[in-house]
Ligand binder design. Sequence first.
Ligand code: ATP
Ligand code: MG
Length: 180
Amino acid sequence: MGLTKEDKTILLLLLWPYAKISRLLRPHLDSIKNKVLKINKMATNRTFTMIKPDAFADAHTGAILAMIEKAGFKIKAAKVTHLTAETAGKFYAVHSERPFYQDLCQYMSSGAIVAAILEKDNAVADFRTLIGATNPANAAEGTIRKIFAKSLEANAIHGSDSDENAAIEGSFFFSGLEIM
Ligand code: ATP
Ligand code: MG
């Protein structure tokens, strides 16, 4: 069955706004594409960190942030906050099957922390280099964990392990309005 004249009129009326919008946007497509690419590129230049309860309680926050800034990271968001065992459990859900999970949640909720979003080229990998190995016994000289960590668990600082997790972890703590 073909379209009646009335059907065609309705179809035209429905499609007209899309045709109009696409005609208006066409001359700006290149600049829109460049802006989207720039936003994406910025997203991959960010990482997320927490100064953990042991380092915060021992008043190492200033010294750690100084090392982070000296290494070329820009602080895009930062706050002192406190995890509950439940929110720590959500944050570290990826480790929920590991034997140390309960202890980790307890430790991460044992005191105040600093959460922050950092920006730099190659942020995730460069930040992991700056903080050093998970176990401070294996961390390279001059790394944040080598200097400030007390043990494998109380290892002073967190760093995201991928661009994807950096974005997820950043939005776990910060709303869009709180990020520069
Ligand atoms: P983070 O995610 O905190 O930056 P990481 O990526 O270096 O650390 P993960 O394997 O993700 O290391 O472990 C998360 C955290 O769990 C560690 O930072 C440490 O606090 C704790 N942890 C890891 N392995 C152990 C372990 N075998 N025993 C006790 N705690 C551990
Ligand atoms: Mg990790």
